[in-house]
Design a protein around this ligand. Sequence first.
Ligand SMILES: NC(=O)c1ccc[n+]([C@@H]2O[C@H](COP(=O)([O-])OP(=O)(O)OC[C@H]3O[C@@H](n4cnc5c(N)ncnc54)[C@H](OP(=O)(O)O)[C@@H]3O)[C@@H](O)[C@H]2O)c1
Length: 219
Amino acid sequence: MDIIIVNVQVDVLPLVNPAALATDPLGARGQTVIAAVREPGHSTSRALADLTQGPGSTLITHGIDPLDLVVANAGISKQWPSVREVKRADIQEHVDVNVLGVVSLAKPIFASVGSSAGSLGRVLQQPPVPNASYGASKSMLNWYGVRINAEDEWLTAFILDPGWVQTDMGNRGARAWGMVEAPVQLDGSTDGMFKVLTTATKEAFGGRLVLYTGEIREW
Ligand SMILES: NC(=O)c1ccc[n+]([C@@H]2O[C@H](COP(=O)([O-])OP(=O)(O)OC[C@H]3O[C@@H](n4cnc5c(N)ncnc54)[C@H](OP(=O)(O)O)[C@@H]3O)[C@@H](O)[C@H]2O)c1
């Protein structure tokens, strides 16, 4: 199976870590990993070329047709305003990146990275903090996840929740709320997401909110 990773961050604790995917044990499985970065000239982007690759593993930037799996990982969480305080421009920016960026993609297995911050019914598990730009954008993303899966029989689409992970974003949020760091370690999240992504079927996960552990969550 070929894998495309969309908009990975290679310098600090990426959620979908191209280094992790290109080396054992994943590299040993003959994976093709595509790392899409916004700054190809950045030292961490160039460092991708130095990764140790397992037998049959390839790290490339082109030449894949068709794509079997797309992970829409890019996302922003820039501030945590209350609904009373949130600026329209900030909502718009979060919708542009977190929702419209995802909607513009559609491939055979389509996982967009969601968040419990977007929960509606699961109120007790929604972080009880102001989050009127990011949280609302992830809630909107959930709607698209259901519809994208429903509109095409051949497509398996679902919302993948990575957990509250020790990335730039996750740790920034944790510190803002008085914690030292986010609770979920990067390896646990990425290993879990890889398993979910490589075993996903429309029957099991299509149109659902799936935690990195494989647990299907309430919206
Ligand atoms: N960390 C958590 O606890 C957590 C929890 C639930 C959901 N998530 C979701 O997981 C995904 C990854 O987040 P993260 O924790 O890895 O955050 P992060 O450390 O802040 O990384 C964000 C990633 O999104 C990319 N990105 C941001 N704005 C972009 C834009 N306008 N166009 C293209 N790419 C853009 C960044 O690219 P550059 O490197 O080029 O800036 C970077 O690769 C997001 O969708 C986030 O909402 C995270």
